[in-house]
Design a binder for this molecule. Structure first.
Ligand SMILES: [Zn+2]
Length: 380
């Protein structure tokens, strides 16, 4: 049981400083003696409660509520609570009353479920450590911890993380190593402040493309997963360290393949045409030997027309760009890979060796252009 008696003493001092004006007018030495006496009494009480808890006379819930009554308002201002390495099987209900809590350690317990009501009430939490428990799911109410900066879920039994978690816009560190995760939420790109992502020792097959939006991401530890290839825009991140050992990463091997004839759907052809017109504001016109640029009438027409079709706009927002020619496409592309050297090309401080990065090409026409660095992917 790691109940910090020192923090009780600190809180007492805080409370004393908020005391009535009359009290402040008392001589300083007298006040100090008074504070020391109160602190001493408080320490004795807390030790007694702690011993009762250790011999099993008090449950954790009783422990917290007893402590709460020892110093009235002080515990309600409790900012740090360490309940690590105990035998908790669930979150104590009295946690929900500790509204000022900023750091909460619950590692090394036997917690199986997280009560959404209790966790959702801890709005001031910036740090939450739930490592080494038996948690199978994280409730979507986690999105109410709007101040959370550090979340650690290592060594649990999680098979997925809720998409709602990606609403934690202040989160800078996410640790979820040693779970059973097969994927990360597609919405991960909304964790705009994320700088460290530790998801090693899971069963992740693919990191979401949204990772490429995390412009503060400096460390990814994705070792010991089932990853074959990394997202297309990973090379644009300010990464300093990337760990990807013990993954079945793609390798450059010569295999025989046949290029199937490309037949695009009418929807794909139309979408590509619309996106091309929306991009080309000016078009080139030739008069004899001279070249002029004039406004593309289709550009202004498309821009006006598309305002009336928000669903088409949403659909086109899902489009991607060809890694070679830059043209936009919607649902049909060639999945390719590019191999980069982690140290030389990605400027990482560690050396993960050759990193396969996904690249999407618009057509065989682009793929068959000589002189590029993209390889086709042969699916087994
Ligand atoms: Zn292309």
């Amino acid at each position: 049981m790691n109940f910090h008696t020192e923090s009780g003493v600190q809180l007492l001092h805080i409370e004393a400083s908020l005391g009535h004006l009359q009290m402040r007018l008392v001589k300083e030495s007298k006040l100090r003696r008074y504070q020391q006496k109160r602190s001493k009494t408080m320490q004795v009480k807390l030790f007694k409660i702690s011993q009762q808890y250790q011999v099993g006379e008090l449950t954790t819930s009783e422990l917290l509520s007893t402590c709460k009554h020892q110093n009235g308002p002080a515990l309600r201002r409790l900012a740090v609570l360490n309940l690590g390495n105990n035998c908790l099987e669930e979150l104590p209900e009295s946690l929900a009353t500790l509204h000022a809590l900023e750091k909460l350690h619950l590692f090394g317990n036997q917690i199986k479920t997280i009560d959404a009501k209790i966790i959702g009430d801890l709005r001031n939490l910036t740090f939450l450590n739930l490592n080494n428990n038996q948690i199978k799911t994280i409730p979507s109410a986690i999105n109410r911890l709007v101040n959370l900066q550090y979340l650690s879920l290592d060594g649990n039994q999680l098979t997925s993380l809720p998409a709602e978690m990606c609403a934690l816009s202040k989160l800078t560190e996410l640790h979820a190593a040693g779970n059973q995760l097969s994927a990360l939420p597609l919405e991960i790109g909304f964790l705009v402040k994320l700088s460290r992502l530790h998801v090693q020792k899971n069963k992740i097959k693919e990191l979401p493309e949204g990772l490429g939006k995390l412009i503060h991401l400096e460390i990814i530890d994705a070792a010991a997963n089932e990853i074959r290839i990394f997202p297309t825009e990973i090379h644009k991140l300010p990464l300093k360290e990337l760990y990807c050992e013990e993954n079945p990463l793609l390798d450059a091997l010569p295999v025989h393949s046949i290029q199937e004839e490309e037949i695009l759907t009418l929807k794909e052809i139309t979408a590509r045409y619309v996106m091309k017109q929306l991009k080309d504001r000016r078009k080139m016109v030739k008069y004899g030997d001279k070249v002029f640029y004039e406004e593309n009438p289709a550009w202004s027409y498309m821009r006006r027309a598309i305002r009336h079709y928000p669903n088409i706009r949403d659909m086109l927002a899902q489009a991607s760009k060809c890694a070679l020619c830059g043209a936009s496409f919607l649902n049909t592309w060639l999945e390719c890979v590019r191999f980069v050297d982690g140290h030389r090309d990605l400027k990482l401080s560690n050396s993960p060796g050759r990193v396969p990065i996904r690249a999407l090409l618009c057509s065989y026409k682009c793929f068959n252009t000589p002189g590029h660095e993209f390889y086709g992917i042969a699916f087994p």
